[in-house]
Design a protein around this ligand. Structure first.
Ligand code: FEO
Length: 404
């Protein structure tokens, strides 16, 4: 792996993590990830963000192929989450920068995460400009996109937006640019990333996109801190349009059936619900939470407008993977869903009602009564499941029609 020049004197100097699958300990990253950081050579040499602590040596190796790391004058911290700042203390010790720039909230994060005694930190306000020689950098705060400290850096003359987590995707690859990558893999990875990380901040995404549009900022390159870089006009448009679409969360004619079965009864119910959806011509995906991760459910929701939850009752509640799934999904605040719930029971059977309540708390339009079935579903139980699937399909079709 070598540093890569994005535009004259602007280099990717990050690291590629082919091994990681458990991203931030809450979301799966089936394709691995990267920690991107960027070096700009001008009258001042500037490093934008760093990498996870365990990849410090890789970052320094890349920087060293361009210049002496000790010649770095400025470090810009667009975001302090440790995957971007973990290597900060060591690089600060190595290069002794003249200045370290961050947002006001970034200062709070930085000083609480690290011993910053003696660090030359300078807080930049939203819209502040910094001249580094031939270039000017504008800092734009993007609070809660996705942390309070988040900001982006715009290299005006080069029209390069260093966008931090925004526009990222988890793809480890020898490629650095989106136009080198398989489009369907890129698209799937963008959806998984957005729906598991950025989704609750969809209003901020729409606001930021509008602000960029209103400011008339021309962008040739979007360089995020994870995954591939967008450098063609088509790809820059693609990623911006995709973000707008993800954030709008318009209902889509497809259903996710996430379920967890104990002795296979709930699995049979799930299959019958799926038959009902199929009867009405609505595509679906079955996600078995004994095998899949709750972040897989969110990745599937990117293309869906209905979330149907099924779980056996165990100890008066849904099974543990379903409980985790509900917590994960609810925290990400998906909008505009149709929902339904079902499950088997042997003693008490609280799970379907609890799942329906959780869906209602997510403001989903919950269809039908929570369906519960004693032990092994019989033909009449499966017929009710099939009818429930069909009811969800009709409600979803209507919702999609109303959304235009
Ligand atoms: Fe990629 Fe919010 O860290």
């Amino acid at each position: 792996m070598r540093p890569v020049e994005l535009k004259k004197d602007i280099y990717w100097v990050g690291s590629v993590d082919f091994d990681i699958r458990n991203f931030h300990h809450y979301s799966r990253a089936p394709e691995g990830s990267t920690y991107n950081c960027y070096l700009v050579r001008d009258e001042k040499t500037v490093l934008f963000d760093t990498v996870d602590a365990h990849d410090y040596a890789e970052m320094v190796k890349h920087i060293s192929e361009i210049c002496d790391p000790e010649s770095i004058d400025y470090i810009v911290c667009n975001h302090l989450e440790p995957d971007h700042s973990g290597a900060l203390p060591r690089i600060v010790r190595l290069c002794k920068p003249e200045k370290i720039f961050c947002s006001a909230m970034g200062l709070k994060s930085m000083t609480n995460l690290y011993d910053t005694t003696g660090w030359p930190i300078e807080v930049v306000k939203d819209g502040a400009r910094l001249n580094i020689g031939k270039r000017n950098i504008t800092f734009l705060e993007t609070r809660m996109l996705h942390w309070p400290d988040s900001m982006v850096s715009y290299l005006e003359e080069d029209r390069v937006l260093i966008s931090n987590d925004a526009f990222g995707q988890n793809i480890a690859s020898s490629y650095r640019f989106a136009d080198e990558c398989d489009r369907s893999l890129l698209s799937a990875s963008m959806k998984r990333y957005f729906y598991n990380i950025v989704l609750p901040y969809s209003p901020q995404v729409l606001k930021t996109l509008k602000r960029v549009q209103d400011l008339g900022i021309a962008i040739d390159v979007i360089a995020p801190d994870h995954g591939l870089i967008f450098r063609t006009p088509e790809d820059v448009k693609f990623v911006i349009d995709s973000y707008r679409e993800f954030a709008e969360q318009k209902p889509k004619l497809r259903a996710v059936i996430a379920y967890e079965s104990m002795w296979n009864g709930t699995a049979k119910m799930a299959a019958a619900v799926a038959d009902g959806l199929e009867d009405e011509g609505v595509p679906y995906v079955l996600v078995n939470l004994q095998e899949a991760h709750c972040s897989d459910v969110m990745a599937e929701l990117a293309d869906s407008g209905a979330l149907i939850l099924g779980s056996a009752t165990r100890n008066n509640m849904p099974m543990v993977n379903m409980m985790a799934c509900i917590a994960h999904v609810k925290g990400l605040r998906p909008q505009n869903l149709v929902g339904a719930a079902f499950g088997t029971y042997g003693w008490s059977g609280e799970a379907p009602k609890m799942m329906a309540e959780a869906l209602a708390e997510m403001k989903a339009d919950v269809v039908g009564e929570p369906l519960k079935c004693y032990f092994n579903p019989k033909a009449e139980d499966l017929a009710k499941c099939r009818a429930l699937g069909a009811e969800v399909a009709r409600a979803l079709r209507e919702k999609c029609r109303n959304a235009g």
